[in-house]
Design a protein around this ligand. Sequence first.
Ligand SMILES: *[C@@H]1O[C@H](CO)[C@@H](O)[C@H](O)[C@H]1NC(C)=O
Ligand SMILES: *[C@@H]1O[C@H](CO)[C@@H](O)[C@H](O)[C@H]1NC(C)=O
Ligand SMILES: *[C@@H]1O[C@H](CO)[C@@H](O)[C@H](O)[C@H]1NC(C)=O
Ligand SMILES: *[C@@H]1O[C@H](CO)[C@@H](O)[C@H](O)[C@H]1NC(C)=O
Ligand SMILES: *[C@@H]1O[C@H](CO)[C@@H](O)[C@H](O)[C@H]1NC(C)=O
Ligand SMILES: *[C@@H]1O[C@H](CO)[C@@H](O)[C@H](O)[C@H]1NC(C)=O
Length: 503
Amino acid sequence: MKAFFFLIFLSIFSCPVAAQSQSADSGSISAIISEKGLNFVKDLLIEQELRALVPLKLKDVEKSIRIPLIGSVYVSLANITVLEVSVSSSTVHPGDTGVVIVASGATANLSMDWRYSYRTWLTPVEISDKGSALVQVEGMQVGLTISMKTRNGTLQLTVLECGCSMKDLSITLEGGASWFYQGFVIAFEDQIRSAMESAITKKITEGTSKLDLFLRSLPKEINVDNNVALNVTFMNDPILGDSSVEFDINGLFIPSDKVALPRNSYESSQTSISCLGAPRMLGISLDETVFTSAAAVYFQAGSMHWLVDKVPDQSLLNTASWKFIIPQLYWKYPNDDMELNITLISPPVMRIKPEGIGATITAEMTANVLHKSESIPVACIMVVVSVSGVVEISGNNLAGKAELNDFTLSLKWSKVGNFHMYLIQGVMKVFLNTVFIPLVNSHLKQGFPLPIIHGFTLQDAEILTSSSKIVVCSDVVFTNSNSLMRFLLQNYSSMLRLRNQWK
Ligand SMILES: *[C@@H]1O[C@H](CO)[C@@H](O)[C@H](O)[C@H]1NC(C)=O
Ligand SMILES: *[C@@H]1O[C@H](CO)[C@@H](O)[C@H](O)[C@H]1NC(C)=O
Ligand SMILES: *[C@@H]1O[C@H](CO)[C@@H](O)[C@H](O)[C@H]1NC(C)=O
Ligand SMILES: *[C@@H]1O[C@H](CO)[C@@H](O)[C@H](O)[C@H]1NC(C)=O
Ligand SMILES: *[C@@H]1O[C@H](CO)[C@@H](O)[C@H](O)[C@H]1NC(C)=O
Ligand SMILES: *[C@@H]1O[C@H](CO)[C@@H](O)[C@H](O)[C@H]1NC(C)=O
């Protein structure tokens, strides 16, 4: 049934295989994440990173420090834990080498347990004390440059640079003598600072690796139904613009059984996406070739035909209704029921123009008489239907709606004598409007999935048509954290094992 809806969908939104030609390997679907979209992603990532960052354990530290009048004091710091990190402002910019994310004005607090011991000539027994300390970090800045490349059809993220620096540390010791405080600060400030800087850098690099693994684990195909999938393989390296990033995706339909079709290549036009009006996070541009490939796949899968045995005016599917228009039909098969066998003889031809979307469907409609439990073809009419359509967004699917424009009829053959097409024109128009188009629309409502990462949903989408392209401009909301965030929060060591298995 799903294949059926799709073939109808395609019959409206498709264009001929004949339009194929050799081309460079640019994708048929491209997605641009705008400045607004990059900020959205950045905020989401920072929020999740911060959540995943704490509590962060740093390595224990031990050291002998010299304290005036006392001498050498052995100090150890244990259970150094970063409790909380917050970021007050952050920016994201696509640069020459990669995307640069800077978080500034960050603050953090750490807790730790300290312990000291010493001996002096005055006191032969060891003197020791312990307590805890709180460290407050202000003016922390974290910078990260991530390169994005396409490798083996998936997106690869690599950390090119990651740096962390902090301005002020304020240390509060609980317990301890006052001489200890001064010595402690002098001895450990730099050590805490650098331990913190390297731990945060390491964590962020790990976080990016998780994201990288997540992106690599994304499927290269999205199943549309049992027969057909959308190839969402990444094509070229992402294009970093001044304030946006563009991704090219293959975007062609393929049979999901992988029984190779003749290898087609499609030329997609290279106009860039532009969304009008209010800035949107995401622009997805679908070339006519997306629909062309879909039409070709469904057509070659042989699924573009169907039998109609129910119509609103059921009497039309009885030879008695045709007594006067096609007398021979009634003479030969009086009062027999009929069915219509509709077969598309070529993939539908779709045209996307700035003014709108149109499609031409060429079908053979064979009338079968159901006579003595036999189905006997009696006449065949060639129907060329021209429809106009609008596309709309339903969830994360691209869906549509069609309207009958025009049609032409010609008699291909008949076993019940010649009859003039103008005689059935009126009935045919009613049939197309009451059976064909509503059927088309009930299925067009579902559409096919746009390549959106699970967990994100399009919001306030607007659709533009330009020459041979449909452009979806939309904001995105993060609706569930199941897949992406579970991945980000997963145990990193088990993910590394996974990655090593892949290597
Ligand atoms: C380490 O520090 C954390 C945070 O202050 C605390 O919850 C935990 O109980 C400490 N662990 C030990 C073994 O002292
Ligand atoms: C960290 O410091 C901030 C600012 O002083 C404070 O609001 C917050 O409660 C502290 N968090 C912890 C866990 O001590
Ligand atoms: C590329 O991806 C395919 C699956 O899509 C996988 O079978 C293959 O091993 C990958 N090749 C490399 C070099 O990673
Ligand atoms: C999907 O697209 C990629 C990139 O164009 C291509 O190499 C691959 O063969 C396609 N997959 C199928 C099954 O056609
Ligand atoms: C419908 O028509 C197609 C092509 O003309 C034919 O192959 C098929 O057998 C027909 N089916 C029925 C049930 O008449
Ligand atoms: C990660 O997993 C390993 C083994 O599966 C386990 O030993 C380790 O404690 C885990 N680490 C965290 C932080 O959960």
